[in-house]
Structures are given as structure tokens and as C-alpha cells.
Ligand binder design. Structure first.
Ligand SMILES: Cc1cc2nc3c(=O)[nH]c(=O)nc-3n(C[C@H](O)[C@H](O)[C@H](O)COP(=O)(O)O)c2cc1C
Length: 234
């Protein structure tokens, strides 16, 4: 992924000016990882608190259950945030726009964050524009010493049809995370496929999708287990 984005345009795209504002990871990525870890899920639906947030809630619950003492979780709902994707290409913030990406980025690059789960609704068998904007803006983190490298990555997709493109959406997220040198995992056993694939039957209530929720929970557990294996023992 060669880029014509210069350091100056990258810094503009990031929306921050110094390595210090990226948090401790940027300042000392070579330090030993901490003993307690954090797993973050990011919901990329424009609708606040709907099915993607619900699915990620189940996912993080399962992650936390692996070792409640050592695992902290956080769910970031992008619905009410503004992530201007065009800034990834060095285009300055346009008048009247707001940029919430630096706040999200600072959380993601924190060295205590060992796992990141991206959740998107399925839109036309792909991720939402909001999810793509987040992915594109994370280009700045790649350009800056691969600040997400070696974090465990997972994906959740919620569609309005049983087979509405969830797997393609998971793949789109995985492709982006691979470009960040993240370590991709899917839903763990016994389902063991590409990640959380959920069906919203049109009610905005996914609690009856037992098959989909099993994949979501198995993903959360798997992200946590692999993340803990990479963290130092007590
Ligand atoms: C513009 C648009 C496109 C959509 N395309 C698909 C699709 O291709 N496949 C699918 O299964 N569902 C599709 N859906 C349905 C959403 O994926 C589904 O309602 C999902 O649960 C929304 O997530 P949310 O509740 O977190 O907003 C689409 C919805 C919208 C608004």
C-alpha cells in the first residue's frame, strides 16, 4: 500500500500533531505489555444503540467472562460521532464539520488495548460508510509505526437477512485489519468460522438469533483467550 500521503498530510489526516497525543504506545511500543488487558468493540452503525451495539454487548460480555479480573472492556458507539473519511487522503476538515477520530484513535492505540472488535451492520453486502470512514482514517495509524500491530482483531456483522452478506462484511473488516498488522481471529469453537454473523429479523431485536449470538459470544471468548495468551502471566 504505497502512498503519496506525505508526513504533513498524514498528520492532518490523523488530526493530531505529535506522537505524544497518540498515547503511551506511540511513545514506547517496545515496553512490556501490561498484565491486565483491555478489549474494545467499536459499533459502526449510524443508529445509536441498535442491533450492532446489542451484538457487541454480548461479544464483550463473553470476552470479559474469560477472566473478569484481568480483562476490561469498552464499547464505543460511533453513531453520534463524526468521522470524516476524506481526511484520510489529506483533505483538511471542511467548515462546519467535526472530527471525532482523534479521540477514538487515542483509545485504540492505548498499549493496554490487546483486542479490537469492529462491528458493522451489513449495507449492500458490505460495511457501512461510517465503518469505512473509520477504516480509512486508521490509515494514519498504519503510517505511524503501525500503532495497531499485534493487537488481536475480530469482526461482527449484523444483517437484515439471514444470508444478507454478513460474511462479505466480515471479510471487508478483516482485510482492513490485516493491513494494520493485526492478528485476526474468528469465532472460536465449536462454531469456528469468520466471526460474529447475526440476523436482525426486522424487529431490531437479535436476542432470538441463537445461532448468530453463539458466533458473537465465541468471537468474544476467542479474542480474549488469544489476547491473554500474549499478555505476561501474573
Ligand atoms: C442502506 C441499507 C442497506 C442494507 N443492506 C443490507 C444488506 O445488503 N444485507 C442485509 O442483510 N441487510 C441489509 N440492511 C439491513 C441492516 O443490515 C440491518 O437492519 C442491521 O440490523 C442494522 O444494524 P443496526 O441495527 O445496528 O443499525 C441494510 C440496511 C440499510 C439501511
Amino acid at each position: 500500500m504505497e502512498s503519496s500521503v506525505t508526513r504533513r498530510t498524514f498528520v492532518q489526516a490523523m488530526g493530531v500533531g505529535t506522537a505524544a497525543s497518540l498515547g503511551p504506545l506511540a511513545a514506547g511500543a517496545e515496553d512490556a505489555p501490561p498484565k491486565t488487558i483491555k478489549i474494545i468493540a467499536v459499533a459502526c452503525s449510524p443508529r445509536a444503540g441498535k442491533t450492532t451495539v446489542q451484538a457487541l454487548g454480548f461479544c464483550l460480555e463473553a470476552a470479559k467472562a474469560v477472566d473478569p479480573e484481568r480483562i476490561e472492556t469498552e464499547l464505543i458507539d460511533l453513531a453520534d460521532m463524526e468521522i470524516p473519511g476524506y481526511m484520510a487522503a489529506g483533505v483538511p476538515l471542511k467548515p462546519g464539520h467535526r472530527d471525532d477520530f482523534p479521540d477514538v484513535a487515542a483509545k485504540l492505540v492505548d498499549r493496554r488495548v490487546a483486542g479490537i472488535i469492529i462491528g458493522s451492520p451489513v449495507y449492500y453486502r458490505n460495511v457501512t460508510a461510517l465503518c469505512k470512514a473509520l477504516i480509512d482514517r486508521c490509515f494514519a495509524l498504519r503510517a505511524r509505526r503501525f500503532a495497531l500491530a499485534d493487537k488481536i482483531g475480530g469482526a461482527v456483522a449484523v444483517g437484515g437477512a439471514r444470508n444478507g452478506g454478513q460474511e462479505l462484511t466480515l471479510q471487508a473488516i478483516h482485510s482492513a485489519l490485516l493491513c494494520q498488522e493485526m492478528i485476526i481471529v474468528g469465532d472460536g469453537r465449536p462454531t469456528a468460522h469468520a466471526g460474529g454473523a447475526v440476523w436482525n429479523p426486522g424487529t431490531d431485536d437479535i436476542s432470538d438469533d441463537e445461532v448468530g449470538l453463539a458466533t458473537v459470544r465465541n468471537l468474544g471468548r476467542r479474542v480474549a483467550e488469544v489476547a491473554l495468551k500474549r499478555a505476561p502471566a501474573e
